[in-house]
Design a protein around this ligand. Structure first.
Ligand SMILES: O=C(O)c1ccccc1NCC(=O)[C@H](O)[C@H](O)COP(=O)(O)O
Length: 261
């Protein structure tokens, strides 16, 4: 059975091929080399013992449709940074999430904290795009890549000064994640075959992830009680989009989630 990830990756292959025709790789390499030095995403997540927040700029998704009509990515990112987020995740996929690399560029120009390019990375070309737009970290999804591709893209990201957040859902993909030396390991709580989210999925995976990896719990996180439960289970950082983006007052929503208000 083909899944939403199969559909997204097929589209992504077309997009990357088309982008290479518009912007040749040597030009993009030059732009990536000129970008301001990357910020330390991992250090920002390790700065305090609290569960640290990667707050996501997310207009829409395959599971939820449009999440926020009144969508100003730069204003949202500024609010996240002012309200206690450690890092920001910017969805750059246009077709399925209504994101944009341009959002990442605009946010980089006004926000100091580290930025993640949240997309479906399958090719070094996208790493160059990410660095040229000012990203400090990229998401690599184990379910979208072979073990060899995961190792190669993680290495290529490092060569460009990008850190990686390596995410998995299926336990069978964890060995490929751990075969990399990526410090940031994300467990996605959303089963992308059914879109069902279960925070206990991260808790169940915890014991299989060595403690020298920094564990990021992803998806479906809504309340401060969720954050406390995940923190007690050894989660060091959380990636949260939809529950923040649905609130009228996003700054207050960040404080409520983190228990700082
Ligand atoms: O969110 C989706 O519907 C989705 C569908 C297909 C592939 C990926 C998808 N989400 C990506 C994510 O990992 C989330 O944006 C991220 O973890 C934040 O989740 P949430 O707080 O539930 O918005």
């Amino acid at each position: 059975m083909s899944t939403i990830l199969d559909t997204i990756i097929a589209k992504k292959q077309q997009e990357v091929a088309a982008a290479k025709l518009v912007q040749p790789i040597d030009k993009l390499e030059a732009l990536a080399a000129e970008a301001a030095p990357p910020r330390d995403f991992i250090a920002a997540l390790s700065a305090t013992p609290d569960v640290r927040l990667i707050a996501e700029v997310k207009k829409a998704s395959p599971s939820a449709g449009i999440i926020r009509e009144d969508f100003d990515p730069v204003a949202i990112a500024k609010t996240y940074a002012q309200s206690g987020a450690a890092c920001i995740s910017v969805l750059t996929d246009e077709n399925f999430f209504q994101g944009s690399l341009e959002f990442l560029r605009q946010i980089r120009a006004v926000v100091e904290i580290p930025l993640l390019r949240k997309d479906f990375i399958i090719d070094r070309y996208q790493l160059l795009e990410a660095r040229a737009a000012g990203a400090d970290c990229v998401l690599l999804i184990a379910e979208c890549l072979s073990s060899e591709q995961l190792l190669t893209l993680h290495r290529q990201a490092g060569e460009l000064g990008l850190q990686t957040l390596i995410e998995f859902y299926d336990a069978e993909n964890l060995p490929a994640v751990l075969a990399t030396d990526g410090r940031l390991v994300g467990v996605n709580n959303r089963d992308l075959r059914t879109f069902h989210t279960d925070l206990q999925h991260t808790v169940r995976m915890r014991s299989q992830i060595p403690t020298d990896r920094l564990l990021v719990g992803e998806s479906g996180i809504r309340t401060h009680d969720d954050v406390k439960m995940l923190g007690a289970a050894g989660v060091k950082a959380i990636l949260v989009g939809e529950s923040l983006m649905r609130q009228a007052d996003i700054g207050q929503a960040v404080h409520s989630l983190l228990g700082t208000a």
